[in-house]
Design a protein around this ligand. Sequence first.
Ligand SMILES: [Zn+2]
Length: 559
Amino acid sequence: MREFARQIEQLTAFDGQGNTVRLTKLDRNTWQADACKGPLRLDAMIYCYDLSVRSAHLDDSHGFFNGTSLFLLPVGFEEHPCLLEVLPPPAEQRRNHREWQVHTSLPEAEGEPGAAPRHGFGWYRAPDYDALIDHPIEMGTPQLIRFEACGVPHEMVFTGAAPGLDLERIAEDARRICEAQIALFEPETREVPFLDSSDRYVFLTQITANSYGGLEHRASTALMISRNDLPVVGREEQTDGYRNFLGLISHEYFHTWHVKRIKPAAFAPYDLSREAHTELLWVFEGFTSYYDDLMLLRSGVVDHDAYLKLLAKNIAAVQRNPGRRKQSVAESSFDTWTRFYRQDENSPNALVSYYSKGALVALGLDITIRQTTAGRHSLDDVVRLLWNRFGRDFHRVGKGVGEHEMTALVAEATGIDTHEFMSRYVNGRDELPLEEWLSAAGHELTWEPVANTPVALDVRSRVQGEQLVLAVVYEGGNAHRAGLSANDTLVAIDHLRVRSVAELDALLARYRAGETVSVHVFRDDELREFKLTLEAPVKTACRIVPVTQEQTAAATSNP
Ligand SMILES: [Zn+2]
């Protein structure tokens, strides 16, 4: 048998009579049990205290797990149906001894003795191992709200304290987002893609003090969000934090089609025992990151101004990092396991995000298609071709998108040749012509400095106790040219002490571009002095404004 999360603390095997059976470990994931009489039983003790969307967490208030963290795979039994019994912890181990419920898109084992009732403990069923590990389970006493999108039930489950949480508002906004996405993929039938896995879609949200993230599944998603980002009953305004939460809902729901069904060929089927490499994450995460915000606009949950601000924020994030000149989105995608998901202080200088730059490549592709075809086609046609070809009948076809197939697919969907586009912006590291693209879509992009001081160091810092530590030193910036490095502790500028960002900004406000200052830092325990010539801050923030109303409408409509 195999396991994939490496959280097992202890594993013991027994035969039909309860005698211990010897286990031999073959590699980091795999055990072999000696031959034995009767059914083999395995007892596993698993450490579950990771409050993230990726693994498992259990305390007296709730339990959450992904099947990948808990369920061993009997090798050779991949296709066999599974039954799962979920039991509640004893009352004395539950906070307030309150009754717990179970929330999951995993179907109850109807017809079996002890089958779980809706939201209850008992037996659940999965057609195979792949399905068993693709329906995370939340247990506890969360808040629940239901809505229907295109006539299909959806549930939203919120775990964690959030007084005054405006569930009705969230459900109404989520319903509009879901319906806009269903209309994009299935404009005629309005069919949802998950009814072969579950009779409903479930959003499982963990509320914390400060977190943001999500993970997609075939009929559900696990989300994490800060309570400050969620709306409160009676307060009408739409905060940036709430827009980010709506963007997260939109992103993970989009994956129900685009990743869970339409996949790179390298993920079909997915081999969990090793890292799968593909250059196509600019399509799978990039298109999703483009459409997540666009769907907020199309569904009407954000207005045009708010959408342009979200787009400008993404552009600024990509253009801030010098890494975009060293790595293409195709390379970034291929190296995700070794680099993008293992970031360090140099990552902004060395890496590009296939999420955020992928979203801008998708924007450029969308605008190029619309422009070249005089508005007859758009990226929507590409997405629908991917769905029709690879996604809708994935269970029958079992085929993913080939590594070098996108140019041909775009040509088939829209009639345009994107060889040059792909070689410059996907496989190459050319600067994205964002001003040009946005101008073609009737918008003007302007750059402005993000700092409110006349000069800047070009660093990202973090406060550590009473000290300001350089977290990132941007390549080619003032600090970098002077010889400063990441992890240097800033001590003083021109012999005046600096302990916080506010103190640093107040000091820098006294200088003008072209002046040279002395900077003292501790590198390790050694006091070092550098001469730094200050320059005007790099223009890293941007604004996008529509030039004409008419063109604005064309750029965001669904042709
Ligand atoms: Zn994603």
